[in-house]
Design a binder for this molecule. Structure first.
Ligand SMILES: Cc1ncc(C[n+]2csc(CCOP(=O)(O)OP(=O)(O)O)c2C)c(N)n1
Ligand SMILES: [Mg+2]
Length: 340
């Protein structure tokens, strides 16, 4: 299947770090990744409702443009020479942008033997250093420390590569987040920290966990730069992320990008969001990142909606095919009991 920003050769993903952000082709590549993310998550939600998902599943509904727009600013390779990204369980789009296939992703969440972790860990992420992917960690905030170390290593080896780490807004209240950020700031590591400010951490609204208005205020305490951007606008996210990646690659040290949006789903699919104001939810639903990008595509000259519909149909078919194959995949064999 076609990976968003599909590689012309197996070792490169052209369009990842060059080209014109507002070109029609670029918008289509972004839309491809957003639509693929939503389709894959919708299939998983159906699997969840059928009781087929062994772990917890976090949707990125309303946030698809953040993970996609930001990671598309990275140099994406398949031979272990590209940039590195450490997503959270919610940044599904990052996996696809880095080259994961829907079949890998669906098998992974279904805990099947042919999944990247062989069904041992059914979380929605895994490590694949060839593609520059690191698995999420259960303790939120800790990947900031890990990525501080990873990017310090890149710098010490004088490699022309950067790292990107995602955290939620809740994670910014952990000690690990602050320690990792401070260390990376002091050592001027080539790290881009993306904060997904979706206004919730489980059922805790942001104002119940911090008195600051923007997470950029935290950057000031560490002497680093940050930029706030509307996370529902994938194109804008992409532009801001590209500039941040360029600065980090040029040796300007840690960059922070704060994505402002709203968690449209529950924390995970077992959370009914009973604590969320329905009117507020409705207001944010109107800022659907897919619809915004669709409108932009039409304005940029994608013609009538037929080209977009054709693209959507192709992606839907690919995901349905992957879902059928994933469901038919074997479960892992139980390990033989250890005698003792
Ligand atoms: C150190 C730590 N404390 C608590 C938890 C339990 N926990 C898992 S997700 C989560 C909320 C995460 O909120 P946020 O960082 O805003 O990410 P979001 O879910 O909104 O994407 C919490 C408290 C954890 N995983 N790690
Ligand atoms: Mg949050």
């Amino acid at each position: 299947m076609t990976v968003p920003g599909a590689p012309a050769s197996p070792a490169s993903h052209p369009g990842a770090d060059d080209g014109v952000p507002d070109s029609l082709e670029r918008l289509l590549v972004l839309y491809h990744a957003l639509y693929l993310t939503r389709q894959a998550e919708e299939r998983l939600e159906e699997f969840h409702d059928q009781g087929r998902i062994p772990g917890h599943f976090h949707r990125s509904l309303g946030q698809e443009g953040g993970a996609v727009g930001a990671t598309m600013a990275l140099r994406r390779r398949t031979d272990g020479t590209g940039d590195l990204v450490a997503p959270t369980p919610r940044t599904t789009g990052a996996l696809f942008v880095m080259g994961a296939t829907p079949l890998e992703y669906l098998r992974q969440c279904l805990g099947r033997a042919g999944a990247p972790t062989g069904g041992r860990d059914p979380g929605p992420g895994w490590t694949d250093l060839d593609r520059g992917l690191l698995a999420p960690l259960p303790a939120m905030g800790n990947l900031v420390e890990v990525m501080a170390g990873v990017t310090l290593a890149l710098k010490m080896r004088a490699e022309d590569r950067v790292g990107m780490v995602f955290t939620g807004d809740g994670a910014t209240s952990t000690g690990a987040w602050h320690e990792g950020l401070n260390f990376a700031a002091v050592r001027r590591c080539p790290l881009i920290l993306v904060v997904e400010a979706n206004q919730w951490a489980f059922s805790t609204p942001t104002h119940r966990q911090t008195r600051i208005q923007s997470f950029l205020e935290r950057c000031a305490g560490y002497g680093i730069q940050g930029v706030q951007v509307d996370g529902t606008d994938a194109v804008r996210v992409h532009e801001v992320a590209r500039a941040a990646v360029e600065r980090a690659r040029a040796g300007e040290g840690v960059q922070v990008v704060e994505l402002g949006y709203y968690r449209l789903s529950g924390h995970d699919l077992d959370d009914d969001q009973a604590y969320v104001d329905p009117a507020e939810l409705e207001r944010w639903r109107a800022r659907d990142p897919l619809q915004l990008l669709r409108d932009r595509l039409l304005a940029a000259g994608a013609g009538d909606t037929s080209r977009i519909r054709e693209l959507e149909e192709t992606i839907r078919d690919e995901v349905v095919e992957a879902a059928t194959e994933a469901l038919a995949s074997e479960f892992p064999q139980a390990s033989p009991e250890v005698e003792g």
